[in-house]
Design a protein around this ligand. Structure first.
Ligand code: NDP
Length: 445
């Protein structure tokens, strides 16, 4: 990193103590930008980076609610509105006990560049709570969501900030959040949230979009080596929204998917994951991967192991941040992995990414490979604005074009900067440049 970038990073460390994930996300982007600021001294002159690493606004609030036993519970809510250079803040809400300000800031920071890569007019933001939805009744989830929105509603809006789902926030939660927003604002403002049900303003193919997009990205990376998803042995981590539809798309393209996982362990199913059973267990029954194994002859549950020890040619981490470290990356490389595409946000640690680079493994970073979800959210916003719902195939074909464009843009920029095949560099530079140029045009704000 050049001296001025290092100063920006040191300032981030000083101002944001105890937020290692945020530091990690900033460092990874700054390390890619050395070559850019050398070509564009105006970015330093206008303090673009010092401004970009400081969220425009950070909101933290109390979320009190009453559980089924009549006890009062208190959680903490967050919304970090990071950058509105390209459009209204846009990014998901995460409900998970590990959520803290640093996690939300890392996700919001990544979101700026991801949203820029989609080519749509959306800024970057993220939010959530340390609320744990596991084991909670529908009534408890509803009361929590209503309390969360009772504070959040004053900060969001179709032209201000448009939240969506993430870990622990799916269609059910978006429904409760939207209902409460509608009640408080007395407006049917469809464009305030995305990931809605299709009968009340949602988009077909939004549920599938992140997982589908990740696999389309992997397929496009493989094509640069004369390969395709067809016939690949694929390892997937996670068993939530992103994982399920990554499995679906990989199978549709003729790959064999061997695993899924959750925090209790991973499933090894050599015959190939049974998608219908997986969806039944996770989406309908809200069960665990252990329930899948009970009903699937030949499948095994491995507790305490690492899914990355299963030999494969394509790996799709789709669970959570820092779930794949150097040791895992080395195991994947030994097992013959050709391509890794991140469905989750920042699932690979920096030394895992380095290991893939040294081994010449194709590596699609989350901000590019999983951008299909937010891109389709932007398509949902378009449908809301025009009041014109699109067919599944209309949305899915737009998604395909967008993912191919993101891939090609990252590949092209990496090539322009003398690092062909470096998708991390390509994604960071392509995402950053658009935001930086908008910030230059909009003055010091
Ligand atoms: P879900 O809540 O639907 O699923 C999350 C899955 O990951 C579950 O199987 C969960 O298991 C597992 N998981 C979560 N945390 C951990 C952990 N600490 N250790 C082990 N397993 C864990 O979330 P999504 O599928 O929506 O999100 C997955 C990832 O994809 C996240 O990184 C998210 O930020 C990213 N992403 C999501 C998008 C979307 O459109 N939904 C868009 C772009 C990125 P368990 O139930 O046991 O916790």
């Amino acid at each position: 990193m050049d001296e001025e970038l290092q100063e920006v990073y040191d300032q981030v460390l000083r101002r944001n103590p105890g937020e290692p994930e945020f530091h990690q996300a900033v460092r990874e982007v700054l390390e890619s930008l050395d070559v850019v600021v050398r070509r564009h001294p105006e970015y330093h002159d206008q303090a673009i980076l010092s401004r970009l690493v400081e969220p425009e606004r950070q909101i933290m609030f109390r979320v009190p609610w009453v559980d089924d036993g009549g006890r009062v519970q208190v959680n903490r809510g967050y919304r970090v509105q990071f950058s509105s250079a390209l459009g209204p803040y846009k990014g998901g809400l995460r409900f998970h006990p590990s959520v803290n300000l640093g996690i939300i800031k890392f996700l919001g920071f990544e979101q700026i560049f991801k949203n820029s890569l989609t080519g749509m007019s959306i800024g970057g933001g993220k939010g959530g709570s340390d609320f744990d939805p596991h084991g909670r009744s529908d009534g408890e989830i509803m009361r929590f969501c209503q309390s969360f929105m009772t504070e959040l509603y004053r900060h969001v809006g179709e032209y201000t900030d448009v939240p969506a789902g993430d870990i622990g926030v799916g269609g059910r939660e978006i429904g409760y959040l939207f209902g409460q927003y509608k009640r408080l604002s007395n407006r049917y403002e469809s464009g305030v949230l995305t990931g809605k049900g299709v009968t009340w303003g949602g988009s077909l193919a939004r549920t599938e979009a992140t997982g589908y997009g990740t696999v389309i990205f992997a397929d496009r990376m493989l094509a640069t080596k004369g390969q395709a998803m067809e016939g690949q042995r694929v390892v997937v981590s996670g068993s939530g929204n992103v994982a399920i539809y990554a499995v679906a798309k990989a199978q549709e393209l003729g790959a064999q998917v061997l695993t899924v996982s959750d925090s209790s362990g991973y499933v090894l199913d050599e015959a190939g994951i049974d998608l219908a059973l997986l969806r039944q267990v996770k989406e309908v029954e809200r069960g665990r991967v252990a329930d899948y194994v009970e009903r699937r002859p030949g499948a095994r549950l491995v507790r305490g192991g690492r899914v990355w020890d299963v030999p494969c040619t394509v790996a799709l981490p789709c669970a959570t941040q820092n779930e794949l470290d150097r040791r895992d990356a080395e195991a994947l490389v030994r097992g013959g992995v050709v391509a890794v595409a991140e469905g989750a946000n920042m699932p690979s640690t920096p030394d895992a990414v380095e290991t893939f680079a040294e081994a010449g493994t194709l590596f699609g970073p989350g901000k590019a490979a999983n951008a299909g979800g937010v891109a389709t959210s932007a398509l949902e916003m378009q449908q809301n604005a025009s009041r014109d719902p699109w067919s599944f195939s209309q949305v899915a074909s737009r998604l395909e074009v967008i993912m191919e464009h993101i891939h090609d843009q990252c590949a092209q920029v990496a090539e322009d900067y003398g690092r062909p095949g470096d998708y991390v560099l390509g994604a960071n530079i392509a995402g950053f440049t658009k935001v930086a140029d908008a910030m230059l045009a909009q003055g010091v704000v």
